[in-house]
Design a protein around this ligand. Sequence first.
Ligand SMILES: [Zn+2]
Length: 119
Amino acid sequence: MLDNFPLSKGHTLVVPKRHITDLSELKDSEKLDVFNTIAKVEKALMETIGCEGTDLRQHFRPFLPETQLSIRHVHFHVIPRGYNDELFMRAMKYQRSIRQRLSSKEKKDMGIRILKNLE
Ligand SMILES: [Zn+2]
């Protein structure tokens, strides 16, 4: 389905049929279906829109208040992108002030902490 407030033309949502709120609830067969669908949607968008590529996003935002959640169902955003598109220019404007380079120690320590929680 198409996003009601698209970030770019053709911004598409891929939504699993079964109602679930958390990515970890997806069964292996559903993961396969979802990613096969995403790959088909990306190809279709490139042919239809003529975009150079896509961004793929999955929002998991249980921290948001109910009133700010427009959809409480696992879904993936497939966003058509192009060289020097407006999204890139806007993102670069803010990324420089938000993103901070990690030192090699910070990167290593965070990697170890995350790995400990992988099952
Ligand atoms: Zn979303």
